[in-house]
Design a protein around this ligand. Structure first.
Ligand SMILES: C[S@@+](CC[C@H](N)C(=O)[O-])C[C@H]1O[C@@H](n2cnc3c(N)ncnc32)[C@H](O)[C@@H]1O
Length: 258
């Protein structure tokens, strides 16, 4: 095993055989240990989003947040195999600069071995580029970073720590900025099925869909135009059944990102 462990992180074996990490600061794992780090990345984010952009020649992805890099790295592998002609730009904010630096020593799944050069480049400079991919990891606050973009992203991987642990990345106002950064026909993927998450999306004009399958616990797909291939969540019915439910709001958290 590598020397990734430090005072704030502990490496954990997840149930699909891939390692994730536990954050002592957030008291939470980076991935579902039950679904598995790699499985979660593939089934909740990469594959449904890929199906949505299958016909496009070029794809812009916002990966919130880089963390251990599973979503970005598994995307590279998946597109190399399934769409080698597609140009892919990935933009990923991450607050924890020392984590990104340490990832050169993380015990990634064996399938990531061909990505060694990319893992090292991102860890050292935050940027990687070749004929197919442009990857940029921004070391700073995702809330600030997202404001730089307008009508840009075909895909958003919404993979922050949970709404209870890291609420600033799940508020109504946060998703307003995300909707603004996305293209009208874009898709947002997230593991969260919490009603407050879905309400924050719905209040910003997103259609909310159920992402379910045999290999993983239920997740959410959201889009600004309705998806035909997925079951639509009847949000008006949910609201009627839970009249006191509210989305998270910046006002309740006393944060000001204007
Ligand atoms: C659940 S992990 C992301 C896992 C990652 N998608 C992966 O595949 O490995 C959440 C990450 O969000 C980062 N984070 C928390 N608040 C942030 C913020 N305001 N801006 C940018 N990154 C943030 C944490 O440092 C952590 O690395």
């Amino acid at each position: 095993m590598s020397s990734f462990n430090d005072e704030l992180h502990a490496m954990t074996l997840s149930e699909d055989g891939s390692y994730t990490a536990y954050s002592k600061e957030y008291d939470e794992h980076y991935h579902s240990t039950k679904d598995g780090a790699l499985n979660e990345s593939l089934y909740k984010h990469i594959i449904p989003a890929f199906e949505h952009v299958r016909e496009r020649k070029e794809v812009n992805i916002l990966d919130i947040c880089y963390g251990l890099g599973f979503n970005t790295l598994a995307t590279i592998l998946y597109y190399k195999e399934h769409a080698p002609e597609k140009k892919v730009h990935i933009f990923s904010p991450e607050l924890d600069a020392s984590l990104v630096k340490s990832l050169t020593n993380f015990s990634y799944p064996k399938t990531f071995e061909p990505l060694r050069e990319i893992i090292d480049a991102i860890s050292e400079t935050g940027v990687y580029e070749d004929e197919q991919f442009y990857i940029e990891v921004f070391l700073g606050d995702a809330r600030e970073y997202v404001k730089r973009f307008s009508d840009t992203f075909d895909i958003v991987y919404q993979d922050a720590f949970s709404p209870n642990t890291n609420p600033v990345l799940w508020t109504k106002e946060y998703f307003t900025a995300i909707a603004q950064a996305m293209k009208k026909e874009g898709i947002l993927t997230t593991y969260s099925t919490a009603l407050k998450t879905r309400l924050a999306l719905y209040k910003n004009g997103f259609f909310v869909h159920l992402n379910k399958g045999e290999n993983f616990r239920n997740a959410t797909l959201a889009s600004l135009t309705q998806l035909q291939a997925y079951e639509l969540v009847d949000m008006e019915h949910k609201i009627a059944c839970n009249p006191d439910a509210k989305p998270l709001s910046d006002d309740d958290l006393c944060v000001d990102y204007r």
